[in-house]
Ligand binder design. Structure first.
Ligand SMILES: C[S@@+](CC[C@H](N)C(=O)[O-])C[C@H]1O[C@@H](n2cnc3c(N)ncnc32)[C@H](O)[C@@H]1O
Length: 386
């Protein structure tokens, strides 16, 4: 069904309530029963929506996801609530009270912005997506703060708004789009739109090359629960600043413009920096704070002699260091009675699952093995979380 309207009628809403939480295995039986009383098309639309809501729980939580409306692309492309509300709070702290959300999708960001008390003009050119955004503002009691407009963002006048937020579509017909100029709208358009507003935030892929960050922007990489979610180009904040923000928290590490960290010998501790720190190129800042250095010029593992608490990296105590050799690893793990083996790798082509099959861990103890390079040589570092 290419239209949300039938699901928003009393009959559609009643059906949505009825199919809530239907397990995939029960769908056929539920559909057969409901089709006796309701149009087949409406029944399948309701079941489809129930499925999308289940997928959306991870991003929006069950309470919101169960009331919201989605399109398949809309679920996929929407910002998760944790990240959207972090950004919304930052905008609010900048004094933003009204904002044009250009490329609003089903409204992941618009919802968080409205909940932060910001008045939002939410624009999307796709009719079904815009309808979902409108239905979501309604369903969550935010309709007074969110005006949804079905339009091409390049034709929208944003004068009079305190801020502009752009989250361009990054998935083309064949998977993800990496070239920022292939975004819809292109990044260069979004940058110009940002420059025309007192404040702006542009959501971009975390893999954006640092060279593509304009000089008048601040760049922030955000991770949630250790997974890098996005990068944001901020305008009207602190040009040239680079930061890594970790959620939940937030904990923010600011770049200090340090040169690449020194390489040093492997010490007692190995630190695995958070992905946002690595993407933001702030490993040197973490190394300095830990009094450490890199194990290899090309590998983002920091080594140090001391254990210092930091939110920006996970610490491991290293017990053994061996040249890469599966037989030796197998022997060592047998001797230590390691049955629970965590395999981490950076700078190694070895597949962790393959390795696990070969060494057949067994026993009551656990260990972590890092497959990496130390001063250019394939190396295994064995240890445990400190
Ligand atoms: C990444 S999604 C936005 C997700 C949204 N921030 C959220 O959290 O739900 C990008 C959206 O941009 C829309 N879009 C792409 N180009 C557009 C244009 N020129 N004008 C308006 N909308 C556009 C797409 O329809 C898509 O819904």
């Amino acid at each position: 069904m290419n239209d949300l309207a039938p699901l928003l009628t009393p009959e559609g809403r009643a059906l949505l309530d009825e199919v809530r939480g239907t397990a995939p295995a029960d769908e056929l039986a539920v559909a057969t029963r409901l089709r006796r009383e309701h149009p087949a098309e409406l029944v399948s639309a309701a079941l489809g929506q129930a499925r999308l809501r289940q997928r959306a729980v991870a991003k929006f939580g069950a309470e919101d996801a169960d009331r919201m409306f989605f399109t398949p692309n809309g679920v996929e492309q929407s910002t998760r609530a944790s990240v959207a509300s972090y950004r919304a709070e930052r905008l609010k702290a900048l004094g933003v009270t009204s904002l044009a959300d250009l490329c609003c999708g089903i409204g992941g960001d618009a919802i968080a912005l409205a909940r932060a008390g910001i008045r939002v003009l939410a624009v999307d050119r796709d009719p079904l997506t815009a309808a979902a955004a409108r239905a979501n503002a309604d369903a969550l009691g935010l309709a007074d703060l969110v005006e949804v407009r079905e339009a091409d963002v390049t034709e929208v006048d944003t004068a009079g708004y305190d801020a502009v937020f752009v989250d361009p579509a990054r998935r083309g017909g064949r998977g993800r789009v990496f070239d920022p100029e292939a975004y819809s709208p292109p990044l260069s358009w979004a940058i110009e739109a940002a420059r025309g507003a007192p404040h702006a935030a542009l959501k971009v892929a975390p893999g954006i090359p640092h060279e593509a960050v304009p000089e008048d922007a601040e760049a922030e990489w955000i991770s949630d629960g250790g997974d890098v979610k996005e990068a944001v180009l901020w305008f009207g904040t602190a040009p040239g600043t680079v930061r890594a923000t970790l959620l939940p928290g937030p904990r923010t590490l600011l770049g200090r413009g340090l040169p690449d960290p020194q390489v040093r010998s492997v010490g007692r501790y190995l630190y695995e920096p958070d992905g946002a720190v690595i993407r933001a190129h702030l490993v040197a800042e973490v190394a300095e704070d830990l009094g450490g250095g890199l194990i290899d010029a090309t590998i983002a593992y920091v080594t140090a002699d001391e254990l210092r608490p930091t939110p920006y990296a996970t610490a491991y105590e290293i017990t053994d260091r061996l040249p890469f050799n599966v037989k030796k690893l197998k022997a060592l793990l047998r001797e230590r009675e390691v049955g629970i083996l965590t395999v981490k790798k950076r700078g190694s082509a070895v597949e962790p699952e393959e390795l696990r099959k070969k060494v057949k861990p067994s026993g009551p103890n656990s260990a972590t093995v890092f497959l990496t390079r130390v001063a250019g040589a394939p190396t295994m570092l064995i240890g445990a979380p400190a």
